[in-house]
Design a protein around this ligand. Sequence first.
Ligand SMILES: *Cc1c(COP(=O)(O)O)cnc(C)c1O
Length: 223
Amino acid sequence: MDFEKYYALTEEIKRKGARLVAVSKTKPPEEILQLYERGQKIFGENKVQELAQKYEQLPKDIDWHLIGHLQTNKVKYIIPFVSLIHSVDSLKLLEEIDKQAAKQERTIDCLLQIYIADEETKFGLSQIEAEDLLRSPQFCSLAHIRVCGLMGIATNTEDAEQIRREFQDLKSFFEKLKQTYFSDKSFFRELSMGMSADYKIALAEGATLIRVGSMLFGERQYH
Ligand SMILES: *Cc1c(COP(=O)(O)O)cnc(C)c1O
């Protein structure tokens, strides 16, 4: 692992007032611990089972973020400990999170994942769907979740201007929602965007959470 890169990255992010989610998926606990010992407290995983295992094995003051798609039948496994779910993409999922959170007497912080890329990807809400969700009576009755902001994944392209436009769109949608639905809610303040390849653009466009994996841990190997 490249600790010089880690320190430089954390400095760059701090200067912008944002926070780093170190994406540790596929990486062993020992490597996570090395970064933890250098001060990293937020780690992101994209699979429920891997997240739950790592939670068991690692220090309990780590903030664990789920950044990948979440199936409703797996929600219960992470509710006892997860600190932020970036990938909420339906009302049904939000209702299940609320139900499980109530059982554990917790309130779970969530982001709505908004579809911003020019790609056939499976997950994320359109802007219209997100507003329908926020306006629904079902949403208004959920007492054990807090929607703290939005998450987006830009198109995987070399075209930096396209990526910038996608992040700008997400940021303006965030501002619109803040004004319309969350004007008195100071917790609605997170914009999760930017990965290893495009985090600089994301920072420039107002990201508050950057999700960086391979740049820190090296390329992932899938078996
Ligand atoms: C894997 C992943 C990341 C990190 O990607 P890198 O290119 O390794 O930085 C960020 N966000 C999500 C949703 C991911 O699944």
